[in-house]
Write a protein that binds this ligand. Structure first.
Ligand SMILES: [Zn+2]
Length: 103
């Protein structure tokens, strides 16, 4: 799927960026354990959403590699590029996404 080559590169960039930030967050959490700073934020929520992002990105990359990226899971039609640009992890076309159920 060479048309998604650019998307794949963008996703890899995002993955690296999140990986990098995740490492820093983990370091900060480590430091905070020994500091007296009072944190009322749940420490893992940011990490959790980052790990979620990583999973989404890795899934999209593997879909690009297997040629299933950009295909609606519901109707099997190609998802519009404009829609994918807005939501690169979308697994449904704009019509099926609007219907609200992916059954
Ligand atoms: Zn669809």
């Amino acid at each position: 799927m060479k048309e998604f080559k650019q998307v794949r590169e963008n996703l890899l960039d995002m993955l690296e960026d999140i990986d990098d930030r995740l490492g820093k967050v983990a370091e900060e959490n480590e430091v905070d354990k020994y500091s007296s700073v009072n944190r009322d934020e749940p420490e893992s929520s940011l990490e959790k959403s980052m790990r979620n992002d990583i999973a989404n990105i890795e899934q999209a990359i593997s879909q690009i590699d297997s040629g299933t990226y950009g295909i609606c899971l519901n109707c099997g039609q190609p998802i519009k590029k404009e829609f994918l640009n807005g939501d690169p992890f979308s697994s449904h076309c704009i019509y099926c996404a609007e219907d609200g159920n992916g059954s």
